[in-house]
Design a protein around this ligand. Structure first.
Ligand code: HEM
Length: 499
């Protein structure tokens, strides 16, 4: 007869064998060819923690640098619960950007955007929704539809900041963005809903893809879980938000609450026959293909991406300017000239004014170059791709870095912030073979013109003051740009440049 302890030995041995097999498979994933060199890290977590370790925002992380030295420019890893290939090979990046259509977003993050999101669906719906978006955010759309709103909001917020004596760059641009987009989506909405929406966005957990595994207690899970206590918590949450308190905020309510707010505002308007915002009308206009839910989900994703990128890049740009007195001086000169040229000093900026900001465009281009220390081409190949002896397997996430931005053959002293290197170059181009801050190919960022416009207008109003940023303010990266000491600028009514 088999003794109990013998049975236990058999069970434990089976578990150990199974576990070892699983770990072996994890470390040596299947591939119809030879995988690029690299390590898959620990099961499930992969190398996510090492990858997310904060680093100097103006350089590639130690994670990337070490692996390039160890494995070469193309290597494999595992991040956010998915298998990934990282590439510093610019030619390969451009090739994949042009030929691969499926976005490279780990499943855990796709869930946050919504499984039915138009951006992760078919090529046709993706093309369609992109062309609709360009009606709004392409340069004609911006000139006709959006520029004035950004101008008025930037002017207003800058004056408010000057009255207070300081202004948080990231928060302020985030508020401008939300106020501008909310109006474009929902038209005029009740001040209460607008305020609540803005608060939800402002307090949205910014590290939304820091730990996006769908485990209880972790980022995405927390944001997505539907709790029976949701109504109760929601009241407490909104109470805290209205108090302006940020500590202890129940972050997982943010997504749900925002989707609900957007939907309620839109449905209310549809039922009462009230006018919706232009953006919603453009997106929803084709009722045969678009449900309200799909339109809202798309718009939500859009808000999320816009809010996680531009305010941070702008804050980093302002920091770079503050550290370079010559750049600051040249900007003050350019904007004083635009201001002096205006008969009516309170008049909004025109499209011609925007186009005339040559040096500002040089500063923005340079800032986008030097802050692009994250992957900019994110795709999932639908078939195996052969690269020399190695194979990039179908279904893996491809993460292409803008290594070309730091190539000394293309940019002299690439680690130096030098806007003058853009002199005489085409400043309106969003992408070239040596410049890819907004990605490339069919998935080139749809918000690129909008982002550049917002940054330029903000810089214009900032430069109507003498301003400074404290030296202790630093910019780090943990995938997104971070500001451990905040990103306030000091401005005041006394320092307004009087012309
Ligand atoms: C300076 C700010 C921004 C930067 C650096 C940036 C960068 C990027 C990058 C690198 C991509 C991926 C492209 C690829 O895989 O080839 C992307 C995609 C995207 N961006 Fe931006 N972005 C910015 C601002 C914005 C804004 C303001 C919006 C919305 C208003 C936006 C909306 C999107 C969308 C919707 C996509 C997905 C496009 C697609 O899959 O077709 N971005 N962005």
């Amino acid at each position: 007869m088999v003794e109990v302890y013998e049975l236990w030995i058999v069970i434990v041995s089976l578990i150990v064998v199974k576990l070892s097999h699983w770990i072996y498979q994890w470390r040596n994933p299947r591939c119809n060819g030879k995988l690029p060199p690299g390590s898959m890290g620990f099961p499930i977590m992969g190398e996510t923690f090492q990858f997310m370790k904060p680093h100097d925002a103006l350089q590639f992380s130690a994670f990337v640098k070490e692996r390039i030295l160890r494995y070469g420019p193309v290597f494999r890893t595992s991040l956010f619960g998915g298998n990934a290939i990282m590439s510093m090979d610019n030619e390969l990046n451009m090739e994949i950007a042009k030929t691969t259509h499926i976005p490279g977003v780990p499943k855990s993050i796709t869930r946050l955007f919504g499984e039915n999101n138009l951006f992760v669906q078919s090529i046709e719906s993706h093309k369609h929704v992109r062309s609709l978006t360009f009606q709004m955010l392409g340069s004609d759309g911006l000139r006709i539809r959006t520029m004035k709103d950004i101008d008025l909001l930037s002017h207003k917020h800058m004056e408010e900041g000057a009255r207070k004596g300081f202004l948080d760059v990231k928060e302020t641009l985030s508020t401008i963005l939300i106020e501008c987009l909310a109006k474009k989506v929902m038209g005029d909405i009740e001040p209460g809903s607008a305020k609540e929406l803005a608060l939800c966005w402002r307090n949205f957990p910014s590290g939304w893809f820091r730990l996006p595994f769908n485990f209880p207690g972790m980022g995405v899970y927390n944001m997505m879980k539907v709790s029976i206590f949701s109504n109760l918590i929601s009241n407490i949450y909104m109470h805290k938000l209205n108090d302006g308190g940020r500590d202890g905020i129940v972050s997982w309510q943010a997504r749900k609450r925002m989707m609900k707010l957007l939907k309620e505002a839109v449905l209310k308007k549809i039922t009462s026959g009230e006018e919706l915002g232009e953006f919603f009308k453009i997106i929803y206009g084709e009722k045969d293909t678009m449900s309200v839910d799909k339109a809202i989900e798309y718009i939500y994703t859009f808000f999320l991406i816009a809010n996680e990128t531009t305010p941070r890049i702008l804050a980093a740009t302002v920091k770079l300017i503050s550290k370079n007195p010559k750049v600051m001086e040249e900007l003050q000169r350019e904007h004083a000239e635009i201001f002096r040229g205006k008969k009516d000093k309170e008049a909004s900026l025109t499209w011609e004014d925007y186009k005339s900001m040559t040096f500002t465009h040089m500063v923005i281009n340079e800032s986008l170059r030097i802050t692009s220390t994250v992957p900019v081409v994110l795709r999932t190949p639908d078939h195996d791709i052969q690269v020399g002896d190695n194979t990039i397997p179908a279904g893996w996430i491809f993460m292409g870095y803008s290594s070309v931005h730091f190539n000394p053959e293309k940019y002299e002293d690439p680690l130096v912030f030098n806007p003058w290197r853009w002199k005489g170059k085409d400043l309106s181009a969003l992408v070239s073979k040596n410049y890819i801050p907004f990605g490339a190919g069919p998935r080139l960022c749809v918000g690129a013109y909008f982002a550049k416009l917002m940054m330029a207008i903000f810089i214009h109003y900032l430069c109507r003051y003498r301003w400074s940023m404290k030296a202790e303010i630093t910019v780090t990266r943990s995938y997104v740009l971070m500001f451990p000491h905040g990103c306030d600028v000091q401005i005041s009514e006394d320092t307004k440049v009087d012309n």
